[in-house]
Design a protein around this ligand. Sequence first.
Ligand code: GCV
Length: 705
Amino acid sequence: MKKIIFLLLVLLPFLSNAEDGSKLWLRAETGSNATVTTTPNRQTPTINIAKQELESQWKGARVQLNIVNNAELQRLGKDGYLITGNKLTGITIQASAEQGLLYGAYHLLRLQETGKDIGALNIAESPKYDLRILNHWENLGWAFESASVGRSFWRSEEMPQISSRLNVYARANASVGLNGAVLNNPNASPDMLTRESLQKVKVIADELRPYNVKVYLSVNFASPKELGGLPTADPLDKDVIEWWKGRAKEIYSLIPDFGGFLVKADSESLPGPHDYGRTHADGANVLAEALKPYNGVVMWRAFVYNPSEPGTYSEYGGSQDYSLTYKTSEKDRANQAYSEFMPLDGKFMDNVILQVKNGPIDFQPREPFSPLFGAMKETALMPELQIMQEYLGNRIHSVFLATQWKEFFESDTYCAGKGSTVAKTTDKTIYPHKVSAIAAVANIGNDVNWTGNHLSQANWYAFGRLAWNHELSADQIADEWLQMTFSQNPAFVNPAKEIMLDTWETTVSFSQPLGLHHIFAWRTHYGPEPWCDIPGVRPDWLPVNYHLANDIGVGYDRSVTGSNGVNQYFSPLREELNNIKTCPEKFLLWFHHVPWDFHMKSGRIFWDELCYTYQQGVDQMRDIQKRWDRLENFIDSERFLDTQYRLKIQSRDALWWRDACILYFQTFSQRPIPYELERPVYDLEELKQIKLLDINNILNGSRQL
Ligand code: GCV
C-alpha cells in the first residue's frame, strides 16, 4: 500500500500536467506584462478582454488600442480593424467599434504565435460574412441530436451556475472571429421558449456577450399552438402574429442583443406553414416581423424534402410500402429545395436569410454545391456547412474539412458569368443583400478536448477562419492551427499539414468516391451499408435508392433524361454535368447511372476504376498512418497516441468500406476485381450481419470489427 501511495505521489505532478487538449489553440505563454493603452480610455468588458489578452501574451513593444471613426474604419465595419506599426517600436490597432479591437488583438497574437515577421505591419481586415455562426445540435435537456458530438457542454441542468468552459468556448470563438451561436437543435422543442429555458439562455448570452458572440435559438414552428395553447400556428392568423411578437418582446427583455431564430419547417416531419396551406415565405415573415423592431434575423432552413406520397412517413417503417408508389425520377430529394424555394424568391422580408446546406442532399462526404446558390437573387442565402462529421467517420476519423469547404466556396455557379463562385454569391459581392451570413453545425461536446478527436479541433478553427475570409487557403489554415496547437517546429508542421490536407480526399476515396452518396449505415451513419433496403421505410432514406446499382451500372441519373437535376444549374455547367463524358469524374455517379464498362479518363473501364479508387483510399490511409507514426518525437505522447489509435481505426474502416462496397457492387457488375489489386479481407455476408448495435459498440470501442 505504502508503495502505491509513494508511486502516486511521484506520478501526480506528471499526471496533472498530462496534455488533454483542453486548451485548444489558445496556448500562448502568459505572464508577458505588456503595456497596452486605449484611446479613448474606455473600460468595456470587450475592450478589457482585448487588453488583458495582449497584456498577458504579447511579447513586443507597447500596443495602442484606438477607437477611431474615420471613413476607412467605417468602410471596414464594426468587426474590422487596422493594425500598423512594428514589434520593436510599438503597434497600433484601430477600429470603429470595440469588437474590432478584440479581433485585431487576436490577429496580432496569431501573428506572434505562428512566428510571423512583425515589422512594418499595415493590415486592414474586415470579415467576408457579417454573421459567422455555430449551430449546436443540442436538445433541450440537453442531449445531442447526433452521437457524432458526444454529450452537451452547455450543462443547462447546473444553471445559473456556469461552467468555466463557457469562457474558453467564447474565447476560442472570438479568436477566430465567430460571432454567433444557435444553442439548440433545429429539430426544436416548443419548450425552448418557456420562461425557464429563456432564463438559461440568458445566462449563456451574458457569458458570451463580452466576446461578441450573440445567442440565437432554433424554434419550433408550432410553438404558438404547442406552447401558447392557441388553436393554430397559421402564420397569417392574427393571434399567432401577436403570439410571436410577445415572445420576441420577452426574449429581448432578457437578452437585449439576441440574434434571432433558426427554423426548420416542413421538413422531416416537423411542422411548418404548409400545414396551413401557407408558403415558406409566409412562415418566415411572421417571425421576421416579430424580430424586426429589435434587429433580429430569421434563418429559415432550405433543408426540405417532402414526405413520400402517399401517407405519412414513419421513421422506423410502417404498414405503407412506399417503394410501390415511389418513382425516383419524379421524387429526387436533391431537386426539392430548389423547386420549393425558387418560386418564392423576392417574397421574404429583408431580415430573413435562407440557410442552405452546401450540397443538395445532406452533408455527404462530397456533394456538388446546392443549385440554389446563385439562382436566388432577391433573397439572402447563407451556406450551412457541417463541422460535425455526421457522415465522415464521426469523431473517430480524422478529416480536415477546410479542403472540402474550399471546393464548395470556389465552385463556379455561372449565375453572373464565369467566376461567379458560391462564395461571391453569398458574401454580397454579386448580390448586395442587407446582411450576409454563414453557419456550420458544431462538433463541440463535453469532452475534455471539446471535439473527441484532437485533430477535429482544426475544423472548428478552420470554419471560423474561412467564415472570416473564405479566400484563405486550407494550407495556411492548417499551418496556423498546427503551430498554435502543437509546435512551431517545421519538421513537425510540414508533414503534419500534408497529412491533414490529404485526409478528406482519402476518406472520400475509401468511402463514397466518384459521386457515390448516401450509402452509409442506417441510423448511425457510420460505416458502409450499400445494401440497406428496409421494407416500408421512405425510399429517400435508403442507400439502394441512391446508388441504384443493377447489371447495367451504378449511380443516380440526374441528367435531362433522368431526374433532370442538372437543369437547376446555370449554363454552361448544366451541359457539362449533363454529358457523361464531360461531367467531372468526382461527381459522375451523382449525375449519371454509369455503365460498368464506361471508359474513364484513366483509360480503365468504370468497374476497374471504382475498384482502383477504393484501393487507393485504403493505400492512402495506410500511408497517412505511417506518416503520423514518424511524428512521435515532436509532440506530447497523449495527443500523439490518441491520434495514432484513431488513424488505426480509420485504416481498418477504409478496408471495411472497400470490401463492403466492392463485394456488394460486384454482385451487379459480375466482373472480377482487377488482379493487381489486393483481395478483400472481409466476407460480404459477414459484413451484412453487422447490425446497429455492433456499430454502436464499434463506435464506443467495446467491439472490434
Ligand atoms: C437536425 C439529417 C440528420 C438530422 C438533422 C437533419 C437536419 O437528416 O440526420 O439529425 O436534424 O439532417 O439537418 O435538419
